[in-house]
Design a protein around this ligand. Structure first.
Ligand code: KG4
Ligand code: ZN
Length: 341
C-alpha cells in the first residue's frame, strides 16, 4: 500500500492509570480523549490488577469516542499507534492486543511507541493554539511518575539519553512525599497547589552531590520522612498548619535537583533550546523556574500545555506519525516492553 504523506493516525495509551485515545491528521489533533481511573485513590497508589481491568472496560468506548469526535471513520485510518512500554505489563497488554487486532483487521501499519519518546514528541503536536515548536537539536528534561531523564533530541526518532535518576523518579518523589503528609494519590498536583502559599525556606532539606548528569531523589525522600516524623511527634506543632511550608520545601528541593542538572547539561553541550515534558512538567514552580533559567542562560524554552504534559494519547499518535513516515511499522506479533530499553 503506498504511504500517505498526510497520515491519519489513531493513538492509544494504556501504560499506567489512564486509558486514552486520540486522532491526529498530519500531526494536527482532531480528538484527544482520556478516561482516568479513580479506583486507585483509596489505595494510595496505582494497583496494577485494577488498572488492567479498568483499561479493558474503557478501551472500546474511549477509542470509539476519539474516532467520533475526530469525525474519522475506521476506513480512513492510515496507522494504529500504541504504547509498547515502559509501563505496567497488564495495562500495556490491553492496549497492545487492541492495537494489534485493529491494525490487522484494517490492514494498516501497527506503530509501536516508546512512551518516553512520546512525552518528548508532545512538543510537536499541532492544535488550535499556535505555539512555537522546538527546532532540532534541543535538550529535553523528561519528568514523569516513573522516569526522569535528560535527553538530547536530534530528530523526532533520534534521541540520546545523557543522564537520569539513579533511584526514584521526580514524580515518585512528589507522590511519596505527599503520602508521608497523608495526602491522596497522585500527590504531585496537590503539593503544587499547597506549595503556592508556603515558605520554601522554613525547612531545609539536603541536596545530593551526584557526578555527571545523573540525579538522585532517595536521600531527599529519607530526609523528608525524618522531618515529617519529627514534626508529627512534637506536641507544639500542628502538621496541618505546616503543610504548605513542607510542600514548598519539598517542591523546591526537587526543582533545584532537576534544574542544576539541566543547566549543567545545557552548558556542557552548548545548547540553544531546552524543553521539559512529562507529568511533573505540569508543576507551576518548575514551569516558572525553567523559564527563568532559560532567560539567564539565553536559551529558548519549550513547555507543553498542561493537557500534553500528563499522560495522553495525542503524544502517542504524534510518535506514531513519525514512525509511519519513516516506514517503521511493528510486526503484528509485537509484545509489550514494560521496562525502558
Ligand atoms: O507523565 P505522567 O502523567 O505519567 C507517567 O508517565 O508516569 O506523570 C505522572 C506524574 C505523577 O507522579 C504526578 O504526581 C506528577 O506526574 N504530576 C505532578 C503535577 N501533575 C502531575 N507533579 C508535580 N506537580 C504537578 N502539578
Ligand atoms: Zn507518562
Amino acid at each position: 500500500m503506498p504511504r500517505s504523506t498526510t497520515p491519519v493516525i489513531l493513538g492509544i495509551e494504556s501504560s499506567c492509570d489512564e486509558t486514552a485515545a486520540a486522532v491526529l491528521v498530519n500531526g494536527h489533533v482532531r480528538s484527544n480523549v482520556i478516561a482516568g481511573q479513580s479506583v486507585h485513590q483509596q489505595w494510595g497508589g496505582v494497583v496494577p490488577e485494577l488498572a488492567s481491568r479498568a483499561h479493558q472496560e474503557h478501551i472500546v468506548p474511549v477509542v470509539h469516542q476519539a474516532l467520533q469526535e475526530a469525525g474519522v471513520g475506521m476506513d480512513q485510518l492510515d496507522g494504529i499507534a500504541f504504547t509498547r512500554g515502559p509501563g505496567l505489563i497488564g495495562a500495556l497488554l490491553v492496549g497492545t492486543c487492541f492495537a494489534r487486532s485493529m491494525a490487522q483487521a484494517l490492514d494498516v501499519p501497527l506503530l509501536a511507541v516508546d512512551h518516553l519518546q512520546a512525552h518528548i514528541l508532545a512538543h510537536l503536536i499541532i492544535d488550535s493554539d499556535a505555539r512555537p515548536v522546538p527546532a532540532f537539536p534541543f535538550l529535553n528534561l523528561t519528568v514523569s511518575g516513573g522516569h526522569t531523564l535528560l535527553v538530547m533530541v536530534r530528530g523526532p526518532l533520534d534521541m540520546e539519553v545523557l543522564g537520569g535518576t539513579l533511584d526514584d523518579a521526580a514524580g515518585e518523589a512528589f507522590d511519596k512525599g505527599a503520602k508521608m503528609l497523608g495526602l491522596p494519590y497522585p500527590g504531585g498536583p496537590l503539593i503544587d497547589r499547597l506549595a503556592a502559599t508556603g515558605d520554601p525556606k522554613r525547612y531545609s532539606l539536603p541536596l545530593p552531590a551526584i557526578q555527571g548528569f545523573d540525579m538522585s531523589f532517595s536521600g531527599l525522600k529519607a530526609a523528608f520522612h525524618r522531618l515529617v516524623t519529627d514534626l508529627k511527634r512534637r506536641a507544639d506543632v500542628e502538621l496541618e498548619h505546616e503543610l504548605p511550608h513542607l510542600c514548598a520545601a519539598l517542591q523546591q528541593a526537587i526543582i533545584t535537583i532537576l534544574l542544576r542538572k539541566l543547566q549543567k547539561a545545557g552548558r556542557f553541550h552548548g545548547v540553544k533550546r531546552i524543553a521539559i515534558s512529562g507529568g511533573v512538567s505540569a508543576n507551576s514552580g518548575l514551569r516558572a523556574q525553567v523559564q527563568q533559567l532559560a532567560e539567564r542562560e539565553g536559551w529558548e524554552v519549550f513547555i507543553p500545555p498542561l493537557a500534553y504534559c500528563t499522560d495522553n494519547a495525542a503524544m502517542i499518535a504524534m510518535a506514531g506519525h513519525h514512525l509511519y513516515l519513516s516506514g517503521r511499522a511493528a510486526s503484528l506479533d509485537v509484545v509489550p516492553m514494560p521496562r525502558h530499553a
